[in-house]
Design a protein around this ligand. Structure first.
Ligand SMILES: CSCCC(=O)C(=O)COP(=O)(O)O
Ligand code: MG
Length: 239
């Protein structure tokens, strides 16, 4: 059965919703892992790197003068435990962006996603992204898709730096304000119930994406409507 909704903007989670968690944790995390130390050492004059390292020391319980090796140990531990820590996402995003630019990485989209995104876009539905992955990693994810450059479909990108934590309603308030849309005209799609509950608390429409084989397939979505993939969802542009 198809769920039909009316929305001005569809805001997309990435991992588990539009692309496979296994691809992110395999291909992308494996690419970043050995590059974190050298990246930190060769970008010591980049304020974003300096800030991410300082925050990693702080959040990771390290001394203020802890060296790169100790910082990298914390970053690796966060990756092992899939902690979506903002400083990790900042550094990963920079490394991945360089990897995409060098032609060493491409992204992953489930087969049902791109046709739906194209159809919604053609109907005048605006598409935006809200992911724990940094904006610096989101844009090349859409630009270097196996189906080609998808960035013309997407108007806005938000992460935990620009919007705030994904499990807090205030972050969805911030996105609604940035988009200039009433919350009720926004639709958030995610594989994680806690994110959907936060968006709903902010007055958004929400749909859970429970994909077979993905880490959150067994999660409890409560009374949030759920689809198995994008073929079960249709969105018409709100006037
Ligand atoms: C932009 S691709 C990298 C994805 C990533 O690092 C991540 O943490 C995705 O989390 P999401 O909020 O999209 O589930
Ligand atoms: Mg997700």
């Amino acid at each position: 059965m198809t769920l039909s909704l009316i929305a001005r903007t569809v805001v997309l989670d990435i991992e588990g919703t539009t692309g496979a968690a296994g691809y992110v944790h395999g291909t992308l995390y494996d690419y970043a892992r050995p590059r974190l130390g050298p990246w930190i050492d060769t970008h010591a004059d980049d304020p974003d790197v300096v800030g991410a390292v300082a925050r990693t020391r702080d959040e990771g319980g390290l001394r203020e003068d802890a060296g790169t090796a100790e910082v990298v140990d914390v970053l690796h531990r966060w990756m092992d435990d899939d902690v979506k820590a903002t400083p990790l996402k900042t550094l990963q995003g920079q490394i991945w962006a360089a990897g995409y630019a060098a032609g060493e990485l491409s992204s992953h989209f489930f087969d049902d996603v791109v046709p739906r995104l194209r159809a919604w876009h053609e109907r005048g539905v605006r598409l935006a992204v809200f992911s724990s992955g940094s904006v610096a990693s989101q844009v090349p994810w859409f630009r270097h898709a196996p189906a080609g450059d998808l960035t013309p479909l997407v108007t806005d990108y938000f992460d935990t730096v620009t919007a705030g934590p994904k499990r807090e309603a205030g972050s969805y308030d911030a996105i609604a304000a940035a988009l200039g849309d009433e919350p009720g005209r926004l639709l958030f799609l995610s594989d994680l119930p806690a994110e959907l509950f936060a968006a709903r608390e902010a007055g958004w429409q929400v749909v859970g994406v429970r994909r077979a084989g993905e880490p959150n397939a067994g999660a409890d979505f409560g009374d949030v409507p759920v689809v198995a993939d994008f073929t079960e969802l249709d969105v018409v542009a709100a006037p």
